[in-house]
Every structure is written in C-alpha cells, then in structure tokens.
Design a protein around this ligand. Structure first.
Ligand SMILES: Cc1cc2nc3c(=O)[nH]c(=O)nc-3n(C[C@H](O)[C@H](O)[C@H](O)COP(=O)(O)O)c2cc1C
Length: 173
C-alpha cells in the first residue's frame, strides 16, 4: 500500500498563507498522506501528485500572481485530479462565522480546474507587513491575526476523508 501523494501549494506576500499551507500539510500528514508543501513559484509539475490543494492570500479580491500562474499553466493536469482551493484574507472574525464564497479571482480558477471545494480562512496582517496600504491598515489598528488553526486543521481533515473515499483501498486505505 502506498500513501497518496498530495501537494499543498500557496501564494503569499506577507507569509501568513505560507503558514496556513504548513498547517494544512501537517493535518494531511496526520491522516497518513504523503504531503509536500511548496510556494506556488517552486512547483515544477503538479502531475506527480494524486491531489492538489492550492491557496493564496487575497489582495483586492485576487490571488497572488504565482498561485494564479500555477493554476493557469497546469490547468489540464489540475483538471485531471482532485483539487481544493483556499483563500486567506478577511481581517475580522467573519471567516469563522459563515462560509465566505470565493472572491471573483479564485472563483474563476475553481471553475477552470473543476475544484471540488474552496475555503476562505481569516487572514493576518501584522507589524512589518509589506506595502504602503498594508502598513496603513496595521497603523490604524485594523490588522491582526484572524487565522483559526483548528478550523484549518478540520478543513484539511475533511479533504483527507474525501481522498480516502476515492482511494482504491477505500476509507482508511
Ligand atoms: C492591500 C491589501 C489588500 C487586501 N485585499 C483583501 C481582499 O480583497 N479580501 C480579503 O479578504 N483580504 C484582503 N486583504 C487581507 C490579506 O488578504 C490578508 O492580510 C492575508 O492574510 C495576506 O496573506 P499573506 O500574508 O499570505 O500575503 C488585503 C490586504 C492588503 C494589505
């Protein structure tokens, strides 16, 4: 029996989505999946994976370019395997209170690659964030860390459960 290979790829500007991706990867490994976590720009070919989870921080309703480019360049490989998307953004508690639908950018990507699901997680913007607007937001006290590690872990476990259903060995295999 070989474990399914899963890729978690991400786009980030300020690093918080990279951490989310690491948490997702750790949760998938807890369920026995052989998981790589990589910046989207470092992904050569997602074709070697059984499933792909792709996410990005949101900037003006869009994903970071690296993540968009990965989805575009490897559209066919992604369309042939199970794919889930995640966005991190809201700088308030909203993502924990209701399911926030994908912004227009990730919604288009989801349609293009036939994603099985999309999750919006709370974002983070703290001291040292890059960019003028980011620094203004933090200065005005409107930043903070709204990522919920436990919710992210539960979401990753739900993805692992779906993959287990798909596997020839069946759930648990
Ligand atoms: C200029 C700017 C624009 C942003 N636009 C959005 C947005 O459209 N939607 C959203 O939910 N969050 C938005 N955010 C919040 C970021 O998505 C959030 O800080 C996220 O965690 C950043 O991810 P990163 O650290 O991986 O770059 C924005 C933040 C900045 C600084």
């Amino acid at each position: 029996m070989t474990a399914q290979r899963v890729l978690v790829a991400y786009g980030t500007k300020n690093g918080s989505t990279a951490e989310i991706a690491e948490w997702v990867g750790a949760a998938l490994r807890e369920k026995g999946l052989d998981t790589d976590v990589l910046p989207a720009a470092e992904v050569g070919d997602p074709g070697g994976y059984d499933a792909v989870l792709l996410g990005s921080g949101l900037y003006a309703g869009r994903w970071r370019h690296d993540a968009v480019r990965l989805a575009r360049h490897h559209r066919q490989a992604l369309a042939r395997r199970p794919v889930w998307l995640f966005s991190s953004g809201p700088l308030d508690a909203s993502a924990g209170e209701r399911d926030i639908p994908p912004a227009p950018g990730p919604a288009r990507i989801a349609a293009r690659v036939g994603a099985r699901g999309h999750a919006t997680f709370g974002g983070s913007l703290t001291e040292g964030a890059r960019g003028f607007v980011a620094r203004q937001i933090v200065k005005q006290g409107k930043g903070g860390d709204f990522r919920d590690r436990e919710r992210i872990r539960r979401w990753a476990h739900s993805v692992a459960a779906e993959l287990a259903e798909d596997s020839p060995e069946g759930p648990g295999g």
